[in-house]
Design a protein around this ligand. Structure first.
Ligand SMILES: [Zn+2]
Length: 89
């Protein structure tokens, strides 16, 4: 079993986490977004071989965060909050 590190809870087993997508895959804005653009946003992934910047959800605490993971070695860096602490409400 792999251990991921939530920036809020620390190291936890991987089954507590859910993949949230590629970091930087921004939701299309506007009412006139084409079906092709929506399909690209929803279904297409970069799927890099090697270092990947990803969004993950820690289902136990409900926080989302960014994590760098190597898809070859499966090494994962500690997660980083998406919203800096000083700007949190
Ligand atoms: Zn957590």
């Amino acid at each position: 079993m792999q251990i991921f590190s939530c920036p809020f809870c620390g190291p936890r087993p991987e089954y507590e986490f859910h993949f949230g997508g590629d970091l930087g895959n921004h939701r299309p804005e506007g009412a006139d977004v084409s079906p092709e653009v929506w399909a690209q946003y929803l279904h297409f992934r970069n799927n890099p071989k090697g270092i990947a910047q990803e969004i993950w959800l820690h289902m136990t605490c409900g926080e989302i965060f960014a994590m760098q993971r190597d898809t070859v070695s499966m090494a994962a860096e500690p997660g980083q909050p998406l919203i800096p602490e000083e700007t949190r409400p």
